[in-house]
Write a protein that binds this ligand. Structure first.
Ligand SMILES: C[S@@+](CC[C@H](N)C(=O)[O-])C[C@H]1O[C@@H](n2cnc3c(N)ncnc32)[C@H](O)[C@@H]1O
Length: 160
């Protein structure tokens, strides 16, 4: 598969999983959304369109988002997420979306030494995690992704 095809499949999977959560899944009534990896801000923008009443806190090393998709200053957390995310492990988030996979197995393996525990620590019981990397953590129960999403492309969990 060409990298272009792979990129299109990744973005399609992201959109389909996020739409599935919005249309079909119950989230805790309260609690913010954590956007781990703001990037260009495309998924941040999609989330705020679909969850207009939720606070969305976005994390990245630096802000590289399109001007139309920059969070408010107090909802943008800059720095290494393995450090900045610690303060948000309050067990209150309704949804965590993590899009920080790189496609380099050795870099992703390093990320996976801390990401699953951080996502679990952020989520309230009943909260949803959606991630481009698998989150192997005992309190994150794997869920089926929509049929349109290829297996092992995007991962969905509910915090027990
Ligand atoms: C693939 S992009 C996210 C794209 C985003 N979902 C969008 O729709 O535009 C991943 C982002 O995560 C950030 N990132 C990856 N690992 C990080 C880390 N350990 N700490 C801080 N930022 C990180 C990168 O700087 C990059 O901007």
């Amino acid at each position: 598969m060409s990298r272009l095809d792979s990129f299109i499949r990744r973005l399609t999977a992201q959109r389909d999983v996020l739409n599935h959560i919005c249309a079909r899944m119950e989230l805790p009534a309260d609690g913010p959304i954590m956007e781990i990896g703001l990037g260009n801000g495309r998924t941040f923008d999609h989330l705020r369109e679909h969850f207009p009443d939720r606070r969305i806190v976005a994390f990245d090393r630096a802000c590289g988002a399109h001007a139309s998709s920059v969070p408010e200053a107090n909802d943008l957390v800059l720095g290494e997420i393995c450090e900045t995310g610690r303060a948000f492990q309050t067990g209150t988030a309704a949804l965590v979306h993590a899009d920080i996979g790189t496609g380099y197995p050795e870099k992703d393996a390093l990320t996976l030494t801390w990401l699953p525990q951080m996502v679990a620590g952020m989520l309230a019981s009943g909260g949803i995690a959606v991630s481009g990397l698998p989150l192997d953590e005992p309190t994150l129960q794997p869920l089926e992704v929509p049929e349109s999403v290829p297996r092992e492309r995007y991962f969905l969990y509910r915090k027990v």
